[in-house]
Ligand binder design. Structure first.
Ligand code: SF4
Length: 326
């Protein structure tokens, strides 16, 4: 992994408008970088803002009540927020692509796989339809589909979940993207297929030297795949660290709670601890630290003053008064 930044997210704020004048904030001024050739994990419970972050990066909020109201998202020198629609169409599916959680609902059910793949390849390259078809078959082979010519002629409903996800990965990788955003790419699959798909993504990422933003709530997947991790809670980054440091020395009580709730083989623990309560509603965020209502260490200061995201160790940042004042 190099230290060259591929994607810079700076002070990104995404709001969802419930009327012309009122809105709720799903992503609250977050900043992070993705380096060339790295797999960065973005973790947190459902409702923490992970998927909205990915949709904001991909500029996929158009035609929704969501709007980016602040910040920059710079991919290889181009600010995607201010880029024209034509530039975005060129970049999305080209330099940057996405794998969604539900392959069945992401593939067009009324189109054969060949048509969907060829269209995407022709849009971003100068290949002829015939060349694009050959390339599509090659990509399917690369993702472990044994009979690509047959699968190309299939409609999505004729494929199993694992097969559809392989097709999605082949589609997402077919134009050599520099950045792949994978939003819970294995959640809808059974465990054995999950492992195969993760291995496959890692293998392709290594071969192509691309970068991956891996969004997941599964810390086991993070430990297996990522070099760095960002933990999000209630629309904010609460901790950021290299994966080894995060697992061995989690500093934020939320990260500690997430790690404690992962089953460990041979630990003898019969009942896993859980974090009490749930992620706050976007329309009624607590004052001060957003985690305070669920935190066993919360003090009066935590409930009234929001902690900043501070450097607390080598390459480690944390948003917690306890750690900052230590
Ligand atoms: Fe808990 Fe306070 Fe730290 Fe928030 S700032 S995580 S409430 S100790």
């Amino acid at each position: 992994m190099s230290q060259e930044v591929l994607l810079k997210v700076k002070d990104l704020r995404t709001e969802f408008f419930t009327s012309k004048t009122s809105s709720v904030t799903a992503v609250a001024n977050i900043s992070f970088d993705i380096y060339k050739g790295e797999i960065l994990g973005l973790v947190g419970e459902s409702g923490c803002g992970k998927s909205v972050t990915s949709l904001s990066i991909m500029q996929l909020l158009k035609d929704t009540p969501g709007k980016i109201t602040n910040g920059e998202v710079v991919l290889d020198g181009v600010d995607l927020i201010t880029a024209s629609d034509a530039q975005i169409r060129d970049i999305r599916g080209g330099k940057m692509s996405m794998i969604f959680q539900e392959p069945m609902s992401s593939l067009n059910p009324s189109m054969r796989i060949d048509k969907q793949m060829i269209e995407g390849i022709c849009l971003h390259t100068d290949m002829s339809k015939e060349q694009a078809r050959e390339h599509a078959a090659e990509m399917l082979k690369k993702v472990g589909i044994p009979d690509p010519q047959r699968v190309l002629k299939n409609y999505p409903h004729q494929l199993s979940g694992g097969m559809s996800q392989r097709v999605m990965i082949a589609m997402a990788m077919s134009n050599d993207p520099q950045l792949l955003i994978a939003d819970e790419p294995t959640t809808a699959l059974d465990v054995t297929i999950q492992a195969q798909i993760l291995d496959l993504m890692k293998k392709i990422q290594k071969e192509e030297q691309s970068s991956i933003l891996l969004i997941t709530h599964d810390l086991g997947v993070v430990a297996e795949m990522c070099s760095r991790v960002i933990v999000m809670y209630a629309g904010k980054i609460v901790e950021e660290a290299p994966v080894g440091i995060l697992f061995n020395n989690p500093t934020h009580p939320y990260t500690q709670g997430l790690i404690a709730s992962v089953p460990k083989l041979g630990s003898g623990v019969k009942v896993l601890p859980s974090i009490p309560g749930s992620v706050p509603d976007l329309s009624s965020m607590p004052e001060g630290c957003r985690f305070a209502p669920r935190c066993k260490y919360a003090t009066e200061k935590c409930r009234t003053q929001e902690p900043p995201l501070a450097v607390v160790g080598e390459n480690q940042k944390c948003r917690c008064w306890l750690k900052i004042e230590e």
